[in-house]
Design a protein around this ligand. Structure first.
Ligand SMILES: [Zn+2]
Length: 244
């Protein structure tokens, strides 16, 4: 049963009501709609809790997709009570955690603007994120940090533009060439655009992002690791760069 993913249209939705539609054997709770982001595209799924009518809580330690991208499973922590099918719940995302992930995820996009090399992998985290690039050059991490902070301070808008799978297939040039697999298969693809008229960047992505670059705040490249002759791993952390 498809779950309406409310977070796709509102990244700032931290709470909503929903009705339980299926309880899976592994404990996964399916709802008619959700504001919980499911693990995908290098961004970890949301944690938080479900509030029952009597005010008691069901703690969730993961949200992930089921058999298909349309199925979203809310995984309760060990020992939590199981709700009933048809039960109405109020969902509460662990917002401080999710907001950090949104800031970090947006920072990954800023890094991809500063470092225009093909991306070979990425993982967004609450404390540290990493992006791997197909590149052989040596690059100064402080110079990269300075460019990212310039984009942050310029406070560019970050917004989504929806195009159909067919439009994307017909206009490959609409997407900057990167080794990131667009989130296809749902009939429409979201392009994450930065800057007025996408002047700074535009690339397909199904994750959650802040709405203007200033919200990313102070971040820095903590480390650039050499992972093979043509692979560099960049580690992004919160806060200003520590003096060398
Ligand atoms: Zn993204």
């Amino acid at each position: 049963m498809p779950t309406t993913a409310l977070y796709r249209d509102d990244f700032y939705l931290a709470t909503c009501e929903a009705v339980v539609t299926v309880i899976h054997d592994d404990g996964g709770i399916e709802l008619d709609q959700t504001c919980f982001y499911a693990t995908s595209g290098g961004q970890p799924g949301d944690t938080g809790f479900l509030e029952r009518a009597d005010g008691s809580k069901i703690a969730l330690d993961l949200t992930r997709h089921g058999a298909s991208k349309e199925v979203i499973l809310h995984m309760p922590a060990v020992g939590e009570p199981v709700p009933l099918v048809g039960e109405k719940l109020v969902l509460h995302v662990d917002w401080p955690r999710r907001y950090k992930l949104m800031r970090m995820h947006t920072a990954c996009h800023l890094l991809s603007v500063v470092c225009q090399y093909p991306i070979t992998g990425a993982a967004v985290g609450e404390d540290e994120s990493r992006v791997d690039f197909d590149m052989a050059e040596t690059i100064d991490k402080d110079a990269v940090t300075a460019e990212m902070m310039r984009l942050m301070r310029e406070n560019h808008p970050v917004f989504l533009q929806w195009i159909t799978d067919a439009e994307l297939a017909a206009n490959p040039g609409i997407v900057k060439s990167k080794n990131v697999r667009p989130p296809l298969g749902m009939g429409r693809v979201s392009l994450v655009c930065i800057g007025e008229n996408s002047a700074v960047d535009s690339q397909p992505c199904g994750g959650t992002h802040v709405s203007e670059t200033q919200e990313v705040g102070a971040i820095h490249i903590a480390k650039i690791e050499k992972k093979g002759k043509e692979n560099r791993r960049f580690r992004i952390r919160f806060g200003a760069a520590e003096p060398a």
